[in-house]
Design a protein around this ligand. Sequence first.
Ligand SMILES: Nc1ncnc2c1ncn2[C@@H]1O[C@H](COP(=O)(O)OP(=O)(O)O)[C@@H](O)[C@H]1O
Ligand SMILES: [Mg+2]
Length: 243
Amino acid sequence: MISVKGLEKRYTIGDTAFTILNKIDMQADKGEFIAVMGPSGSGKSTFLNLLGGLDTPEAGEITVNGKNIHSLNETQRTLFRREHVGFIFQNYQLLPNLTVEENVSFPMYSGKKDKQEIKKQVSDLLRSVSLEGKEKNYPSQLSGGQQQRVAIARALSMNPNLILADEPTGNLDRRTGTEVLRLLSSLHQKNQLTIIMVTHDVYAASYADRIILLKDGVIESDIRQTEGANQDVMANLLAKLNS
Ligand SMILES: Nc1ncnc2c1ncn2[C@@H]1O[C@H](COP(=O)(O)OP(=O)(O)O)[C@@H](O)[C@H]1O
Ligand SMILES: [Mg+2]
C-alpha cells in the first residue's frame, strides 16, 4: 500500500543544508496502524507531509496505492489526496465559520454526489464519531475532543483508505485523548483503514500495532507490537527516546 525508497529531505538555511530525512526506506501494508515517534524536530511532520503529497522530497520515491505521488503534477496530486488520504491535525483545522455538518460535508461537494446523499452520509459519519445532535454547532461551541472528532469525520468523508494524523491527541487531556485514540483504533479495525499517526506520546503510540522511531534523519527502530511484548517494547522505546 505504501512504499518509501531512499527518501531524502533537506532544508537550506543561509549556506547550511540540514538533512532532515536521510535515505528513508519503509513499507506499510494495507490496514496497518503505525505510530511514528521521535524527538521534537526529528522530522515526523515532514515525513507525514511527504507521505500525503503535501511536500516534495529532494530525492527518493513514495508509492501510495500503486501511484508514485511525486511524479504527479500539482492538480493530479490534489486529486490523489482527495481520493486516497484523510488528514487529521493537532489543532483540528476546522473552518470556524462553518457548522459541524458543513465542515464534514464540504470536501464532498467537489464530487458528483447529490445533496440528499451527502446529507445522509454526513449524518452517518457524525454518528460514527458520536456527534449526533451537534450538526448545527460551530467549532467554537465544542470541546477539543469533540472538535477532533469532527475533524476525524471530515477526514473520512471521501472514504479514504489512508489516514495521516499529526499529533491528533496533542492538544487533548488524557481522557479525551483516549476517546480519540479508541475511535481511530475502532475505525482502523472496522474499515481496514491504514493509519499513520505521528506522536511523541508513548501512551498514544501504544494504540498502534507498529511503532517507527525516527532519530537523526533515519528510522532508528521499527517494531511490531505483539500482545504480551507490549510493556517491554514500551520500556525499550522510552529508553531510546530519553537517550
Ligand atoms: N519550512 C522549513 N524550513 C526550514 N526548516 C524546516 C522547515 N520545516 C521544518 N524544518 C525543520 O525540520 C526539522 C524537522 O521538523 P518537523 O518535521 O516539524 O519535526 P517534528 O514534527 O518531528 O517535530 C526541524 O528541525 C525544523 O526546524
Ligand atoms: Mg511535528
